[in-house]
Write a protein that binds this ligand. Structure first.
Ligand SMILES: [Fe+2]
Length: 218
């Protein structure tokens, strides 16, 4: 069993360090770890392996969170929330932490202290998932409670119940104490995207921050 497997299963995320800090090695090792977890899938940019860097609003992908938030803090979200099933794992590898070092933040939805009644509500209140021509209605919590879908960039309330559900999650996130991950070159972060939401602190323009990213279906 890979070393990170028990941390990933227990807390929903795990870290390891690549064998050297060149971009090629980091990306290759992300792929190798990803292949032990499932099947690689494409991100918004249409690529199986991406190198992401903070983008100003004007430069951002039209359907990315960055087009709304740019270099400001990126709010907590589930990766690929616009799909029927968000990807199961998100792997990030630090090619350059940038200056200053903008951390990635992690929050486990199971620690947001939802009551049973609130969970029932999140499982039933409809929200619109904006995905262009493939937009659809869904709920924040899946009916089997296997995954949590939250992304201010593509989830929209079209009913009072939907609005209340989004507000409930936003309020709990505001009150949460996230895990703050400061990057060093070669760090790898493996995230269970079905239980852990991630966000990013604000960054400076031209900070040099670059992360490799791989998305995995499992
Ligand atoms: Fe993300």
């Amino acid at each position: 069993m890979p070393q990170f497997a028990s941390s990933l299963a227990d807390q929903g995320w795990a870290t390891c360090v690549s064998s050297d800090t060149t971009e090629d090695t980091i990306l290759r090792e992300l792929e190798q770890i990803g292949d032990t977890l499932g099947t690689r899938t494409v991100g918004r940019g249409g690529s199986l392996v991406e190198v992401i860097q903070p983008r100003k609003i004007i430069e951002a992908h039209p359907r990315s969170l960055s087009v709304r938030f740019g270099l400001d803090a990126l709010p907590f979200h589930t990766e690929l929330s616009h799909r029927q099933y968000p990807c199961r794992y998100l792997l990030l590898g630090c090619i350059d932490p940038g200056i200053p070092n903008a951390p990635t933040m992690l929050v486990d939805w199971r620690r947001l202290r939802f009551s049973q009644k609130e969970l029932d509500f999140l499982e039933s209140a409809p929200v619109l998932v904006r995905a262009g021509q493939r937009s659809f209605y869904s709920t924040i919590l899946s009916s089997d409670r296997m995954f949590f879908r939250f992304d201010p960039g593509c989830l929209e309330a079209v009913t009072e119940r939907g609005r209340a559900a989004l507000t409930l999650v936003e309020q709990r996130l505001e009150d949460s104490v996230p895990e703050v991950h400061y990057w060093s070159k070669g760090d790898i972060l493996i995230i269970d995207n079905w239980t852990i939401m991630h966000g990013r602190a604000s960054v400076n323009q031209g900070s040099g921050r670059r992360l490799g990213r791989i998305l995995i279906d499992a």
